[in-house]
Design a protein around this ligand. Sequence first.
Ligand SMILES: *Cc1c(COP(=O)(O)O)cnc(C)c1O
Length: 435
Amino acid sequence: MTAVTTHTQTQTTGATFEKLKCKECGAEYALEAKHVCEVCFGPLEVQYNYDLLRQKVSRATIEAGPKSIWRYRSFLPVASDDVIDVGTGMTPLVKSERLARRLGLKNLYIKNDAVNMPTLSFKDRVVSVALSRARELGFSTVSCASTGNLANSTAAIAAKAGLDCCVFIPSDLEAGKILGTLIYNPILMAVKGNYDQVNRLCSEVANTHGWGFVNINLRPYYSEGSKTLGYEVAEQLGWKLPDHVVAPIASGSLYTKIYKGFQEFVKVGLVEDKAVRFSGAQAEGCSPVAQAFAENRDFITPVKPNTIAKSIAIGNPADGVYALEVARKTNGHIESVNDAEVIEGMKLLAETEGIFTETAGGTTIAVLKKLVEAGKIDPDETTVVYITGNGLKTQEAVQGYVGEPLTIDAKLESFENALERARTLDRLEWQEVLV
Ligand SMILES: *Cc1c(COP(=O)(O)O)cnc(C)c1O
């Protein structure tokens, strides 16, 4: 494994992104692997030339593009044509019938990143962008601090791109997340500690090893990948923005970048402007942003995570204050639910829509339900709920909560008896529900 020392830039003419800019003080920087402002320590964000974007992009040029996030490539911070396209993005936007009816909503849509490619979570979006950029900046080794899905995605896409890979996770992750990383044969460091400790360690490694950490020194590029969750929904709704979105919050990056995606589409004239409400979901056992929202604070008090929703368990969220800002200025809400509600959320989505999501999706569905019950979502609003991960990776979360198969002899009589018992049980359950 070789560390890279020269970060050459292969900016082709006509690139639509121009510089990095501090979100706090506005200081500007060249397009390098850099994420923190030297002046004020604020986070850096990629800046685009929107006049150029307006000239270059139309609904037609996007529609003629590939069936992946790269149809929006003018809005993404990769200069060369040589992007890593592993079919990430353009996941289904499903019009919900049965879940909508159950909740009393008329216009509910589910953005289903549980079937994103290649590793079945929204993280494939951010990693496809980060590694494409890492490659053009000259990195040969890539890395990340992960709550699980990011490790899967980084290891898989690095394998496809032929990059060396060393990823870091908390040692207590679900078996499916660990195996789903190891199969791609990276170096996997399981750190005895929570995500925030993993992240601190990785910041030190990033300073000493010259690797491209997708969510540390490459974070300005990585985070832009989440904007595609906004672009796709706008395009899939027939080039319209929804009224309300509900999305999970871990670091707060995804949530704030959906907002940025919508704003950019308005800015370049691809959709009409509209007031979209942004609501956020956290698990109670790690809900620093929801707590700050409830207490009307504009700062985040870090917490120590303790929840089954491990993929969104970040106790000290990097973009927490920006998530608060988005929720408040759009009249949204940030709510939390407990672990029992997370499991109920996973089951509810599976039973009504045939979508098996992981704990993060269970959290988001449970928060959606809570917001509806509290009258915070109007039944007529076009509401989009973001499902960001796949349930096959967090099977232990629902083990013991989904019943058992009926084991029978290979005889018709045995089957008939079991069927009768199952039906009786089913009727009893229905009677319980009806009384
Ligand atoms: C990482 C992750 C999130 C949230 O990501 P942030 O951008 O850090 O807020 C949501 N859902 C799943 C399944 C994830 O893996």
